[in-house]
Design a protein around this ligand. Structure first.
Ligand SMILES: Nc1ncnc2c1ncn2[C@@H]1O[C@H](COP(=O)(O)OP(=O)(O)OP(=O)(O)O)[C@@H](O)[C@H]1O
Length: 277
């Protein structure tokens, strides 16, 4: 399956750059069937995400966060509705939408650099160029000097950085992250959160990030979507603005101590608690 442009190519290239990277979900729903059982994981959902947004998805366990992310990634075709990336109908995975999972999925038999080179190599990029691309990305995520190591020689946090480099090297328009820091210790997690914010500022990508932590969601995002218990649907769509925010500013963990942060965290935590039903 590959993505399909539903309008002529010319129209697709004439479209405003911002709209080309806009993600639009229309009545997207998912029902899983196994035997005679049916599970409505995601109720029909309408959603628009603009380029450069940092959106966090939170909600009770089993409310369909991963399902929604997998549909946007193109790993899962929804049982109803459509996903559009600009004027292109999402019908399968694409390097345009890079995915970072909770458990790093690096190939253990390859070096770290080999893992990062994997995407460009599959696209036929020559050896010298893909090596340069990989080394640049490893530098971006703070792994200069670790390219020749095997993934198992890296710590969990370093493996997550390598995974992010492997996604970024494909220059995706959207980065989808499914609880990427869930398994990390609190200090590493905080460091990687700040690194991610700094990367997001520099690269100007759209990020969609699933987390169970309301604090993580408020700290990272420009927008939080709260989902209800099954069948999942978006019940709160909240813009996040914190003291000191600005187009070039990378938030510091110090913002967590502000009353504005704590107030937002409380508001969203209460909504999630109520969403448990
Ligand atoms: N392949 C599948 N077949 C059948 N049911 C599934 C499948 N995948 C997910 N489900 C069900 O769909 C619902 C939503 O699952 P999903 O993994 O999207 O939730 P989630 O919000 O990401 O959960 P968690 O926060 O626990 O990771 C759950 O009830 C789950 O059991």
């Amino acid at each position: 399956m590959t993505d399909q442009t539903t309008t002529p190519d010319k129209a697709a290239t004439d479209i405003e750059p911002d709209l080309r990277n806009r993600l639009t979900l229309t009545a997207v729903g998912q029902t899983y069937s196994s035997g005679s059982d049916e599970v409505v994981a995601l109720a029909p959902t309408d959603l628009t995400i603009d380029p450069g947004e940092f959106v966090c998805l939170v909600g009770p366990s089993g409310c369909g966060k991963t399902t929604l992310l997998q549909i946007i990634a193109g790993f899962l075709e929804p049982t109803s509705g459509t996903v559009m990336m600009g004027s292109t109908h999402v019908r399968g995975p694409s390097p345009d939408r890079g995915v970072v999972f909770q458990a790093p999925t690096l190939y253990p038999w390859m070096s770290v650099r080999g893992n990062v080179e994997f995407g460009p190599r599959s696209r036929g990029v020559g050896k010298a160029q893909r090596r340069e691309m990989a080394d640049t990305m490893l530098e971006t995520v703070g792994l200069t000097g670790f390219g020749d190591r095997r993934p198992y020689e890296l710590s969990g946090g370093m493996q997550q950085r390598a995974q992010i480099a492997r996604v970024l090297v494909n220059n995706p328009r959207i980065i989808l992250m499914d609880e990427p820091y869930g398994a990390l210790d609190p200090l590493t997690r905080e460091r990687l959160q700040v690194e991610l914010l700094s990367l997001w500022r520099r690269e100007r990508k759209t990020v969609i990030f699933v987390t169970h932590s309301v604090e993580e969601a408020v700290f990272l995002s420009t927008r939080v979507l709260v989902m209800s218990a099954r069948p999942g649907r978006v019940i709160i769509d909240r813009r996040i603005e914190l003291p000191g925010d600005g187009p070039e500013v990378v938030r510091s963990p110090a913002v967590i101590a502000t009353s504005e942060f704590q107030q937002l965290k409380l508001e969203l935590a209460e909504a999630i608690y109520a969403a448990h039903g």
